[in-house]
Design a binder for this molecule. Structure first.
Ligand code: ADP
Ligand code: 5GP
Length: 188
């Protein structure tokens, strides 16, 4: 069995965070990489748990120091995957990244044999809008901005290794678990 880099993407509100929590709770061989971001924490978010919240100048210093495996800008904020954490963890476990399309393709380019790209899609746009507003974490404008980006993200699904529809949460979770199991067994 090999350790892989499981990269999960999908539009904001599709249920990535919910699925990831279930996957981590049920698999001791899987660990999540916590990204750094310059955006402000949302209510309930803790530094070091959802993200490491750092300043833009710190972020720029870390880009220069080559501390990020990949990084990108979304909605005016920077987001990046800490390189040392991922490389260290991969010696023992599989590592899960919850990142956007650009980040996912960069991860694949940097680790072609290890990265397994999974796109999570909503059963319908109506359902996605309902989930995103139901979460209540964004203001009106931020919500509209995230919805505008959805079409672009879903159009990239063909670049992914797998597309999983998050219709029923438990079913989608099992489908991803099965993908991970099969990929870890592949001899490369
Ligand atoms: P993301 O991390 O992709 O932005 P979240 O995990 O925060 O999305 O989920 C957005 C909202 O949708 C949450 O309120 C979550 O409870 C709900 N949700 C997630 N998956 C499902 C599902 N399969 N069916 C119904 N609601 C879901
Ligand atoms: P949010 O602000 O809703 O938590 O995240 C906004 C976007 O940033 C999402 O599409 C999320 O997947 C992406 N993101 C989170 N962490 C990273 C990262 O480390 N790298 C990249 N490239 N994108 C990230």
């Amino acid at each position: 069995m090999r350790n892989i880099l499981v990269v999960i993407s999908g539009p904001s509100g599709v249920g990535k965070g919910t699925l990831v929590d279930l996957l981590l709770a049920e698999d001791e061989g899987l660990v999540e990489s916590v990204s750094c971001t310059t955006r402000a924490p949302r209510a309930g978010e803790q530094n070091g748990r959802e993200y490491f919240f750092i300043t833009e100048s710190e972020f720029r210093d870390r880009i220069v120091a080559n501390d990020f495996l990949e990084y990108d800008e979304h909605f005016g904020n920077f987001y990046g995957t800490p390189r040392s954490f991922v490389e260290r963890q991969l010696r023992e476990k599989s590592v899960l990244l919850e990142i956007d399309v650009v980040g996912a393709l960069n991860a694949k380019r940097l680790m072609p044999a290890r990265a397994v790209l999974i796109m999570v899609t909503p059963p319908s746009m109506e359902e996605l809008t309902r989930r995103l507003s139901g979460r209540g974490s964004e203001g009106e404008e931020a919500l509209r901005e995230r919805l505008r980006r959805v079409r672009y993200e879903l159009d990239q699904a063909h670049l992914y290794d797998y597309v999983v529809v998050n219709d029923d949460l438990q079913r989608a979770k099992r489908e991803i678990q099965e993908i991970i199991r099969k990929e870890k067994e592949k001899e490369i």
